[in-house]
Design a binder for this molecule. Structure first.
Ligand code: GYE
Length: 317
């Protein structure tokens, strides 16, 4: 229900007037500004949000920003103009949100950050941030490498980063580096963005292979889609992904499980996109006047290739 309608209902109640059913049952309206459709993860996230809104009886206004911050800002402004009850969004990059978030606050519309964080000092600009601990995901990837890599001597790692300036790219790099720096033989020899997509992952891996060739021992990809693109590049270069080059990625989407079963991907760190139900619950709680915890962390695991075939039937995305 929008703020205007709430005021009208309050005035009617105060005047002792009956509230027409259609008026009072008015649906909660949630505006959601999504990043885009860049990965299998993102598609599953969108699907989770849409189906959870339906199940919860929430009217969802959904916007796809095609990975552009300016589109997300436009969408949020449109939600403010439409006086939605709650705004949810997954910020494509961390910085540059202060102005539009202050506009939402001035309009008294609560904002929920879903999946990705913003880099803003004033944390009263959003009510809660729900999503994964990306630094911890990076650490899990690093720990798996240190515990499982069998080769001797220097280990040459190439890294495919996510979208430049995005929370998962910044944090997954940080967590991974924090762990591997304990063993100086592990060295990141090249690191570049593949923007979280298969096409870019393939293209950048081709360039890495051209420059470094057989020197590359390990690929660390910030998501499965880039790893899957890179696998293609490695095969086209006549090498065996998962054997000649150890491959580590993050998300745990079905495509990664298939690659692991085929022996081409060594491990995927789980990052759940199934945030829809908790987002709807949070929107309802806000409407009911409840206070939400400032941070809601998603619980996650890690899947090495040895368990992929057994786990695949349990996967929901
Ligand atoms: O890992 C990647 C997606 O923000 C956690 O965005 C998300 C990331 C996810 O495109 O596949």
């Amino acid at each position: 229900m929008n703020a205007q309608r709430r005021t009208v209902i309050a005035a009617m109640l105060a005047a002792g007037l009956p509230i027409p059913a259609a008026f009072a049952d008015d649906k909660l309206v949630l505006g959601f500004a999504q990043v885009g459709a860049e990965s299998e993860w993102r598609t599953a996230n969108t699907e989770s949000i849409k189906s959870a809104a339906k199940d919860a009886g929430i009217e969802l206004k959904f916007s796809d920003a095609q990975q552009k911050q300016e589109n997300q800002i436009k969408a949020i402004r449109a939600f403010i103009a439409q006086k939605v009850d709650v705004i949810g969004f997954s910020p494509v990059v961390e910085s540059g949100w202060g102005t539009v978030l202050r506009e939402a606050k001035a309009a008294k519309i609560p904002v929920i950050l879903s999946d990705r964080a913003v880099d803003e000092k004033d944390d009263t600009l959003w009510v809660t941030f729900m999503g994964s601990d990306f630094v911890e995901e990076g650490r899990k990837a690093g720990r798996w490498l240190l515990e499982n890599y069998k080769g001797q001597g220097d280990v040459a790692i190439v890294e495919l980063q996510g979208t430049v300036g995005s929370a998962p790219a910044i944090d997954r790099k940080k967590g991974f580096e924090e762990i591997i720096k304990a063993q100086p033989r592990y060295k990141i020899i090249r690191s570049q963005t593949g923007d979280f997509t298969r096409a870019k992952g393939k293209e950048v891996m081709e360039a890495f292979l051209k420059a470094e060739g057989k020197k590359i021992n390990v690929l660390y990809a910030h998501n499965d889609d880039m790893a899957i693109g890179a696998i293609q590049a490695i095969e086209e270069a006549g090498m065996k992904p998962g054997k000649d080059i150890t491959i580590i990625s993050i998300d745990g989407v079905k495509g990664a499980f298939e690659a692991m079963i085929a022996g081409k991907l060594n491990v995927s760190v789980e990052c759940s996109p199934l945030l829809g139900p908790q987002l709807m619950q949070a929107a309802k709680d806000l409407k009911a006047g409840k206070t939400l915890p400032k941070r809601i962390v998603t619980k996650e695991s890690i899947f090495p290739m040895e368990v992929a075939a057994k786990e695949l039937p349990n996967r929901k995305y």
